[in-house]
Design a protein around this ligand. Structure first.
Ligand code: DGL
Length: 273
């Protein structure tokens, strides 16, 4: 929240901030819009600096802090780090730097995948840098003793979403080369561990349906849990809006400019004006 605003009723009227390295965090925002239709939101996509998932930890931290600073200067009452990579690299330090704001990060839905599991393989798709982060490694270490858990670094995959290529032969080629080798006859669940990937889910389903040698595979992500956690945190702090008669206002900004803002609205299936 901005330093000037201290009254709780004023803070309650501030927007909820969302950030991602680009368009991926919109998959989380979509869930939050459903849960909190009366809230205002400001979404910042850092497409000009994407992909974060192939940068050093220090660089990811620097970029995440700079977007957070921008959003807090605008004035927000809560922040969702709608990026697995930025969460893994920076959420602890962000919470220390901004103790006055509830900050919710996203992590791959490995726990729900394990809880639903009937003993089959769980594949976690994520960015190469997310996979290298300590926070991510701890999560995997907790469950790999209990399940057949495989992590697949998906360098280059988020770019399909940034470019608006949500299907097609090139994407098929990507899945064939990078994902297929890990899919066994007992694969049960694929965890989409990057917020860009849910936009590729319909095509991934089609791709998997084309392989007759494998059973139906469940595809899950952490967006719903993350959105629900933000709502819980705001409620706990008495920060949910009470003037529920009005529709919330959504503002989208993107470091790569207007074209990406338009693409964002398209992805959310909302009009651009
Ligand atoms: N959307 C991001 C994530 O959830 C990262 C994509 C990237 O910038 O590499 O990890």
């Amino acid at each position: 929240m901005s330093k000037a605003v201290t009254d709780i009723s004023e803070i309650r009227c501030l927007p909820i901030g969302f950030m991602d390295s680009g368009l991926g965090g919109l998959s989380v925002l979509k869930e939050e819009l459903r849960l909190l239709p009366y809230e205002d939101f400001i979404y910042y996509g850092d497409s000009a600096n994407a992909p974060y998932g192939e940068k050093s930890t220090e660089e990811i931290k620097r970029l995440t802090f700079s977007v957070t600073e921008r959003l807090t200067e605008h004035g927000i009452k809560g922040l969702v780090i709608a990026c697995n990579t930025a969460t893994a690299a920076a959420v602890r330090e962000l919470r220390c730097a901004y103790p006055q704001i509830p900050i919710v990060g996203i992590e791959p839905a490995v726990k729900p995948a394990y809880e639903m599991s009937r003993g089959g393989r769980i594949i976690v798709m994520a960015t190469p840098m997310a996979i290298r982060q300590e926070k991510f490694r701890q999560l995997i270490a907790r469950y790999e003793k209990l399940a057949d858990l495989v992590t697949v670094p998906c360098g280059g995959l988020m770019e399909f979403v940034e470019k608006g290529e949500l299907d097609g032969a090139v994407l098929d080629g990507y899945f064939r080369e990078h994902l297929s080798p890990y899919i066994t006859h007992n694969t049960e669940t694929i965890v989409l561990g990057c917020t860009h990937y849910p936009f590729l889910r319909p095509h991934l389903r089609e791709f998997l349906a084309g392989r007759e040698d494998i059973p139906d595979i469940r595809i899950i992500d952490g967006s719903r849990g993350t959105a629900a956690e933000m709502r819980r945190r705001l409620d706990e702090c008495g920060l949910l809006r009470t003037d529920t008669g009005r529709a919330g206002v959504l503002t989208i900004e993107n470091s790569a400019g207007d074209e990406m803002v338009e693409r964002s609205y398209k992805l959310l299936k909302l009009p651009t004006d």
